[in-house]
Design a binder for this molecule. Structure first.
Ligand code: AMP
Ligand code: ZN
Length: 113
């Protein structure tokens, strides 16, 4: 499959991987918008949040848990951070493989979009 994030999962293209388990991996965003900008993605190819099967709902909780853990490792757990999932064209999703952004390390704008 010609999916850049699947290729990162398969180690076919390089990434600054910060976390791996059986369900997800996390790596640095190639174009960071803040001092901390990581992406948490499922190993399995799910095109977007809108494609998440009901049976996979716990995956989102797991991704949020790993985001909290990474925020702690990044030293931004206390200062605050934002988790974001873009979904679909008007949601601004560019890579069609479900991913959660973890952004922090500076004061973020109060609004989204
Ligand atoms: P979104 O707009 O929510 O689909 O976010 C896609 C994100 O993936 C963007 O922030 C990109 O900078 C990031 N990205 C795209 N290709 C790569 C890559 N090869 N390695 C790391 N991050 C990437
Ligand atoms: Zn994929």
């Amino acid at each position: 499959m010609d999916c850049v994030f699947c290729k990162i999962v398969a180690s076919e293209i390089p990434a600054d991987v910060r976390y791996r388990d059986e369900e997800v991996i996390a790596f640095a965003d190639i174009n960071p918008v803040a001092p901390t900008h990581l992406l948490i993605i499922p190993r399995k190819h799910i095109p977007s949040l809108a494609h998440l099967p009901d049976a996979e709902t716990p995956l989102i909780g797991h991704m949020a848990k790993i985001a909290n853990q990474l925020a702690n490792e990044e030293g931004i757990f206390e200062s605050g951070y934002r988790l974001a999932i873009s979904c679909g064209e008007q949601g601004g999703q560019e890579v069609p493989h479900l991913h959660m952004h973890l952004v922090g390390g500076r004061q973020l704008a109060p609004t989204l979009g």
